[in-house]
Ligand binder design. Structure first.
Ligand code: ADP
Ligand code: ASP
Ligand code: MG
Length: 477
């Protein structure tokens, strides 16, 4: 059994939908049971969120416009690809109902002047609830048996709105109950990505880009042989092709390499995608909807020979919109517990600490959090270390936003000496200043803080230094 997830650009318009139908039909011809997971059409989630935010701020124009624009966007695809008039009319009614409920919701957001995390999940998940019935209709028009399934019926999560965590046992039971009979009947379930619901049925989302995570979760729940992530690039590349045009496809990655890359900004996979796959040892494959014969990237537990021979450094990613927090003071030296209290304060406000680096002189503690978390972390630190500031043991607590983390990833870095030196050499040669550095104990990744303005050039320099533009070429040395 195969789970095939199609991302936003893979369902970006009528041509893309038709291409997806051909890919699914081909898998079915090979007699494989298939569960399809779909994202919203590209751009739709952004539009929905922007409209809801505008409504909360009192601007009702965007949601009214969005309702009409989204109705047209989906109807155009149905009009081009679905000949059956009855089917098209039913879909049209479905779109209209969903979008009217979106409009009602936005109206009440505007009246209240407040957008809760729970309300935002209902609004932002709407794109998938439009796309899944449309894709099921397109698959039927291509002669397949297909049925749209709303993930609120299948994917059970906790109530962490905006970043909900699937509950595996409950999801497994629901998936067996709801999806297995369809598969046994030769039907392709087309499940909404991104969304789920709590045990009591309240809709949640898994976070932006979460359809990858939905697919892996359903794959684990159904013991799939493979989970395929179909996107707009030929697999996981040595760097984001928008930064390095010569980036190459990585034929094989380990779960931990893929997880590090995703965690540090490689958008091609949601960072949590690997979690359910690791647990059940399900291989993931990243494939290109627009070049379906390309082998893409296989992500497995143990690296194959092919994966090992790439070299110690496999890929480089960048994560942006961060704040570097610096706690400094000569009097910190020898005062026990300042580091512990600093991180306890960050944890209390729910901050996600991406990187920590402490100078050995103990005169400063440096760590990196998302900008959105820094707004809570900085006041919490001022409060926690108030006494130390008064006594001038701590001189300053400062945040700077003009930085990024560049992550250099590869499992074979462990035990290969001199990698950090080569990274520094490459950056030094281009006069790029490294503000902080950290290496995880797993040695799968070295992370560097550099100025935002240096980010792309830093990635290109490291890419060149490790000859990643030659990955996969015959004469690779
Ligand atoms: P989808 O809509 O299919 O989920 P995304 O836009 O979420 O697709 O992810 C695919 C994009 O991720 C690519 O178009 C590419 O620009 C970006 N990307 C960033 N880093 C990488 C990388 N290392 N390998 C491949 N793609 C990457
Ligand atoms: N549509 C959602 C988003 O744009 C989820 C996804 O595409 O994976 O974030
Ligand atoms: Mg994505």
């Amino acid at each position: 059994m195969l789970v095939m997830k199609f991302g936003g650009s893979s369902v970006g318009g009528a041509d893309a939908f038709a291409q997806v139908a051909r890919i699914v039909a081909r898998a079915r011809q090979q007699d494989r049971d298939v569960v399809v997971v779909t994202s919203a059409m590209s751009g739709v989630t952004d539009t929905l969120i922007a409209a809801a935010r505008a409504a909360a701020a009192g601007d009702e124009e965007p949601y009214r416009e969005a309702r009409v624009a989204l109705l047209v966007k989906h109807q155009v695809v149905a009009g081009q690809l679905i000949n059956d008039g009855v089917e098209r009319a039913a879909l049209g009614r479905h779109f209209d109902e969903r979008l009217r409920s979106f409009e009602r919701l936005c109206r009440s957001i505007a009246v209240l002047g407040e957008l809760t995390a729970r309300g935002l999940d209902v609004v932002s998940g709407l794109g998938e609830r439009l796309a899944a019935p449309l894709l099921a209709g397109v698959l039927r028009a291509h002669g397949l048996y297909a049925e749209a399934v709303d993930a609120t019926e299948v994917l059970v999560t906790d109530d962490s709105f905006g970043a909900a965590n699937p509950l595996m046992d409950e999801t497994r039971a629901r998936a067996q109950e709801r999806l297995r009979p369809l598969l046994d009947g030769g039907i392709v379930p087309v499940v909404t990505g991104f969304i789920g619901a709590t045990v009591s049925g309240i809709q949640t989302t898994l976070g932006r880009g979460g359809s990858d995570y939905s697919a892996a979760t359903l794959g684990a729940a159904l013991d799939a042989d493979e989970v395929q992530i179909w996107t707009d690039v030929s697999g996981v590349l040595t760097a984001d092709p928008r930064i390095v045009p010569g980036a190459r496809t990585l034929p094989v990655l380990s779960y931990s390499e893929a997880a590090e890359l995703a965690y540090f900004g490689a958008k091609v996979l949601h960072p949590k995608t690997m979690l359910p796959a690791v647990e059940r040892k399900i291989p993931l494959r990243v494939l290109n909807t627009f070049n379906p014969d390309h082998v893409g990237t296989l992500i497995v537990r143990d690296l194959t020979e092919e994966g090992r021979k790439i070299g110690p450094v496999k890929a480089i990613s960048v994560i942006r919109n961060l704040t570097l927090v610096n706690v400094t003071g000569k009097g910190m030296m020898g005062v026990p517990g300042i580091a512990a209290r600093t991180f306890a304060a960050a944890a209390r406000v729910g901050a996600n600490v991406l990187m920590i680096s402490q100078s050995s002189s103990e005169q400063s503690i440096t760590f990196v959090v998302p900008q959105s978390d820094a707004r809570r972390v900085l006041p919490a630190l001022q409060q926690e270390l108030g006494r130390e500031i008064e006594r001038r043991w701590v001189d300053a607590i400062a945040g700077r936003e003009d930085i990024v983390i560049v992550a250099v990833v590869g499992a074979e870095m462990a035990g290969t000496p001199g990698i950090a030196a080569r990274v520094f050499g490459a950056l030094g040669g281009a006069s790029i200043n490294v503000i902080a550095i950290a290496q995880g104990s797993s040695e799968v990744n070295i992370s560097l803080v550099v100025l935002s303005g240096d980010a792309d050039e830093a990635v290109r320099q490291i890419h060149t230094a490790f000859q990643l533009e030659r990955v996969g070429l015959e004469d690779q040395g």
